[in-house]
Design a protein around this ligand. Structure first.
Ligand SMILES: NC(=O)c1ccc[n+]([C@@H]2O[C@H](COP(=O)([O-])OP(=O)(O)OC[C@H]3O[C@@H](n4cnc5c(N)ncnc54)[C@H](OP(=O)(O)O)[C@@H]3O)[C@@H](O)[C@H]2O)c1
Length: 324
């Protein structure tokens, strides 16, 4: 009984934190509306985008196609993804859609193998797909759903594509890994790796925040281990964007019209991501972006020890899927 009340109050605490964080983030988006822009220019590059069939990801794919890239899209329903992207006009670039279910490490590996068998150059990896505030679920490989979908599977995909990213980047034109994280990382408690997959004490808001913080810490560590290679990693908060990510939340159920008025559109949400993918201005100017400019993040992500622990645990977790 006492546990029920503790969990209940923790949930309320996270709800309150999220409402404050969300409100500040929306104000920030409004104040920086004029900064959230970039010029469309033409690039002959190859990009991999996860979750490119709807929401912010579809708008990212749209912009990359307008910029003449070849885009490899990973999504769960290939024909749905193909049909969604086919509608895009005008389209200068080209695209393919391959099956990717981030709840399964085997699916991530199949997707990566398919990509690697057909492409010897990849300039951009955009780890965009994600879930938010989902009920507790243990995925195929025994890990919690936010942790698996948002973080671990993107960690695995990045590791599998890293050799080709390293060989594609050149000095002055680095290959880029862009992790779509969230300002929600600021609500995260310190990551306790012993309990991260437990159903007991599970609080969905905290689970989302932890997965987004892990993406940020991973981004930071990647830049350390890639210091001698022409590959750079970035994390991006797209803004508070009216997408299906909010389905099932109190705000979307009770006041769906509010989100329309106060949030960014998916197109506006895609701008910072594409800016970080393609702009020459980002190199050496921070690694966490929002509204097309470097932004403040939780200093916990700078903790070298936490970075190393996260990397080692993640690598051990997906080890079986890293070998050819
Ligand atoms: N919306 C916001 O306010 C906001 C704020 C900060 C950060 N973000 C981040 O932005 C990213 C995109 O979110 P969104 O707002 O565009 O959400 P969305 O409209 O719900 O789209 C989520 C995307 O993730 C994909 N996805 C979910 N589970 C997957 C799985 N198991 N395997 C493969 N793909 C999966 C979905 O693909 P299917 O079509 O296969 O379902 C869809 O393309 C997320 O990482 C989110 O955390 C969003």
């Amino acid at each position: 009984m006492i546990h029920f009340f503790i969990d209940f109050f923790k949930q309320i605490k996270y709800q309150i934190i999220y409402y404050f964080l969300g409100a500040f983030a929306i104000i920030d988006d409004i104040q920086n509306r004029d900064k959230n822009q970039f010029d469309i220019s033409q690039h002959n590059k190859v990009a991999v985008v996860t979750g490119g069939a709807r929401g912010i990801g579809l708008e990212v794919v749209k912009k990359l196609l307008q910029c003449n890239l070849h885009v490899i899209v990973g999504c769960r329903d290939v024909s749905l993804g193909f049909n969604a992207i086919k509608q895009i006009a005008p389209m200068n670039g080209s695209f393919v859609v391959y099956k990717l279910d981030l709840k399964s490490f085997a699916s991530v590996k199949n997707f990566a193998q398919q990509v690697l068998s057909k492409y010897d150059q990849i300039h951009l990896l955009v780890n965009n797909a994600g879930v938010m505030f989902v009920p507790y679920e243990k995925c195929e490989n025994g890990h919690e759903a936010h942790w698996t979908t948002n973080y671990l599977s993107h960690f695995l995909l990045t590791e599998l594509l890293l050799p080709v990213l390293k060989s594609t980047g050149v000095q002055g034109d680095n290959a880029r890994i862009v992790n779509v994280t969230s300002c929600a990382h600021e609500a995260s408690p310190p990551i306790d790796f012993d309990t991260i997959n437990n159903e007991e004490g599970y609080i969905t808001n905290a689970a989302y925040a932890k997965s987004k913080l892990a993406q940020l810490i991973f981004t930071k560590y990647l830049n350390k281990i890639l210091a001698d290679f022409p590959v750079k990693a970035f994390a991006v908060h797209p803004g508070v964007v009216d997408t299906e990510l909010f389905n099932g939340t109190f705000l979307k159920i009770a006041f769906p019209w509010i989100l329309k008025y106060i949030c960014k559109t998916p197109e506006e949400g895609s701008r910072s991501i594409v800016y970080v993918c393609l702009s020459d201005a980002v190199d050496g100017r921070g690694y966490y972006y929002a509204n097309c400019q470097p932004a403040k993040y939780l200093p916990y992500a700078d903790d070298a020890k936490i970075q190393e622990i996260l990397y080692t645990i993640s690598k051990n977790t997906v080890e079986k899927y890293l070998n050819p």
